[in-house]
Design a protein around this ligand. Structure first.
Ligand code: IVH
Length: 669
């Protein structure tokens, strides 16, 4: 196929794929099967591989991520990103309406919208192509998160249809659908990490991640609600959003035009109930004057527009009695106080328990047994106690003391610096910690010892047969058959499952070890970076910080883990038993250390490799890929059409430019 033909097919495929993306992500109306979709995408990836100079910044292949940004560039907003004045009552809203009428008269419409509970984002388009995505930041300047935003499937990389302005900004919200949020939190708990408090926090953490491939995996969504530019082709807000939908943006289907406050109040009342059925969180509604001309008449204050206002829903509350408090010990030893309540109906579900978070929170609430308390379900999934109704407190009520000793093993609890919770330090002998670590080890995404559930683990622990993960490999069918309710067949299955786990690849073994803060994805990154457990064990804090997404806390946790004699002993037994402690030979053949300590910036278009491939080659050979040039950059791999600003900066900082071929020579063995 010649280049011209390839280009034609690439263009056609890109268009087809983006159209399917739009149908699926913006309209929720899939127009192709997943299988067919993947086939189109694979073909495009293949063609782009063969013709790297034809890869465009708006290619759908950009959505899978793969770029690592160590530090986001700060960008000034062309138009400041304002916020909205909040109201909480009908009266406050009526005041807003009165102010509007004073300026524009009585002939106008309000546009009522949902108030998405996520993060605002500004998308800049030029000639229909997404140029830049910026976070709100302080309203005047924000972070350039373009590579991360490109992974959000509902954000168009290239607009469709016609009539869009040559240059404009589209603003809206990035958020995490509730289903995805729950899945991510489950994974975090598996890694021994604190779950996110709510989808908003999770979305915010995700947008700022350094590795865009990881952002892509998190499946953020977006809805756009505000268009800004010098010469907009329409006169009204609602109308412009209708058109924006045709250009490929995801626009809310729940927006309504109303004539007066009666309409506004009806909209509020409708969503007060229905908001709990939405697949994402909202925290209120937004009311906007529809006509741009009238918006201009009303103008802005320093903080917010005078033509719009937010109405915030009160979090749903219920009052009930606190019966008792349990103190739960998790796999990592953190002790969490949980309130046991008289069952009460809240936002459609029966609530019996609520988290009290930690000791400080108990003190702050001054909560006592038998108290009447208010339970709330806000953005948080787990209900929490927000207030004690002191008027109903019984005389001589008992103050709740946080235990000094572990409720499970009686060890003296400690408090780690900078952390809010009390921790049981007896990680080697405290039963829920031991059992929790084994449960994590055998989990499907770790060693996948399917035949072994939490009941079996409990049984084995009580019988004194396992005390840590390495003991599993000393089990035999003869030893476990005598256990209560254990049949010969299931005993054999367990032993076979343990035997099979010796083939589990290194990256999953690393995850299974249960090092604090080392989840599934990070385990993979560490495995690829260090290639075997020996090098990881020896790694210094500094060397660990070189791995993308490893910060101080994680680095410290890894170093601590490998300097713990108990942990080292367990690892030695596992090594003897034949678990995989290194990447496979075949995989290893692709790796080297020749670029260790060197960092590279990639700029321009290349003849033989795509940008992703170059990044991959850098990382597999021990180097570091960085997004922007600094004094610390070792080389710039320069292709065709390298930007003049980059070239200038490289010259100023005296950083050598190398060609693609020169780079390949560097890594050739
Ligand atoms: S309009 C000039 N519409 O709420 C104001 N904002 O405090 C432009 N938000 O920062 C914003 N849903 O992040 C607008 N339908 C909606 C919204 C919305 C959520 C957020 C936005 C903004 C904050 C206002």
């Amino acid at each position: 196929m010649d280049k011209h033909e390839a280009e034609k097919e690439i263009n056609k495929l890109s268009e087809q794929i983006e159209a399917h993306n739009y149908n699926y992500y913006a309209l929720s109306k899939p127009s192709i099967s997943d299988f067919e979709f993947d086939k189109l995408l694979e073909r495009l990836i293949q063609l782009e591989k063969e013709h790297p100079d034809l890869v465009k910044p708006d290619s759908p292949t950009q959505r899978v991520g793969g770029f690592v940004t160590k530090e986001f560039k700060q960008v000034k907003h062309r138009y400041p990103m304002l916020s909205l004045a909040n109201t909480y009552s009908e009266e406050e809203l009526n005041d807003f309406d009165e102010r509007v009428r004073k300026v524009v008269g009585d002939d106008f419409e309000y546009c009522c919208e949902l108030k998405y509970d996520g993060l605002s984002i500004s998308l800049i388009y030029k000639n229909g192509i997404l140029q830049q995505a910026i976070t709100r930041g302080d309203g005047t300047q924000g972070d350039d998160i373009t590579t991360n935003a490109k992974t959000i499937r509902s954000i168009p990389l290239k607009l469709t249809g016609h009539g869009y302005p040559e240059e404009f900004e589209m603003r809206g919200e990035v958020y995490l659908p509730l289903k995805v949020f729950e899945k991510i939190n489950k994974e975090r708990e598996d890694a021994g990490d604190e779950p996110f408090a709510n989808p908003r926090n999770c979305a915010s953490g995700t947008l700022k991640m350094q590795d865009s491939a990881e952002v892509a995996r998190r499946k953020l969504d977006s809805t756009l609600y505000y268009i800004l530019g010098e010469s907009l082709p329409y006169n009204e807000h609602y109308e412009s959003l209708e058109h924006a939908k045709k250009w490929g943006f995801k626009i809310s289907e729940h927006t309504e035009l109303v004539k007066d406050m009666q309409g506004v109040h009806a909209f509020i009342a409708k969503w007060e109930k229905k908001r709990h059925d939405l697949p994402f969180d909202i925290d209120g509604i937004v009311i906007k004057v529809n006509s741009f001309r009238q918006q201009n008449m009303l103008g802005l204050t320093a903080k917010s527009p005078r033509w719009a206002v937010a109405f915030k829903y009160q979090a749903e509350k219920a009052s009930t009695t606190l019966n008792s408090i349990s103190f739960q010990v998790g796999r990592t030893g953190v002790v969490t106080p949980v309130a046991n309540l008289n069952p009460v109906l809240l936002a459609g579900t029966m609530v019996k328990r609520a988290t009290l978070h930690n000791a400080d929170n108990i003190k702050k609430l001054d909560i006592r047994l038998g108290d009447t308390v208010w339970v709330e379900k806000g953005g948080e999934i787990i209900p929490k106690i927000t207030e004690v109704d002191l008027s109903k407190r019984k005389p001589h009520s008992e103050v709740v003391e946080f235990p000094k000793h572990c409720p499970e093993c009686n060890a003296l609890l400690i408090r780690r610096e900078g952390e809010a919770g009390y921790v049981c330090p007896n990680d080697k002998n405290c039963p829920p910690q031991i059992k929790g670590k084994i449960e994590h080890f055998v989990a499907r995404r770790a060693m996948n010892i399917e035949s072994m559930g939490s009941e079996t683990i409990d049984l084995l622990f009580k019988a004194g047969l396992v005390h840590n993960i390495s003991d599993l490999y000393n089990l035999s069918a003869e030893k476990i058959i005598p256990l209560e309710r254990m049949a010969e067949k299931s005993a054999n299955n367990i032993i076979q499952g343990i035997e099979d786990s010796k083939n589990v690849p290194f990256e999953r073994v690393l995850f299974a070890l249960g090092i604090r803060h080392v989840g599934e994805t990070l385990a993979k990154k560490l495995a690829y970076h260090f290639k075997n457990l020996d090098s990881l064990e020896k790694a210094s804090q500094e060397q660990l910080l070189n791995v993308p997404d490893v910060g101080e806390i994680i680095a410290k946790s890894i170093v601590e883990n490998f300097s713990d004699p108990h942990q080292i002993k367990i690892i030695e037994v596992l090594r003897e038993k034949g678990l995989k402690f290194a990447l496979d030979e075949a995989e290893m053949a692709l790796f080297s250390n020749v670029l260790e300590g060197k960092s590279f910036v990639i700029s321009g278009v290349f003849a033989k490799h795509s940008r992703d491939e170059l990044v991959n080659l850098i990382e597999k050979n021990g180097g570091k890929h960085v997004g922007s040039i600094s004094a610390k950059t070792s080389y710039i791999v320069a292709g065709e059409n390298m930007g003049p600003a980059k070239a200038d900066k490289a010259k100023k900082l005296n950083i050598p430019l190398i060609t693609e071929d020169e780079f390949i020579k560097m890594i050739e063995k």
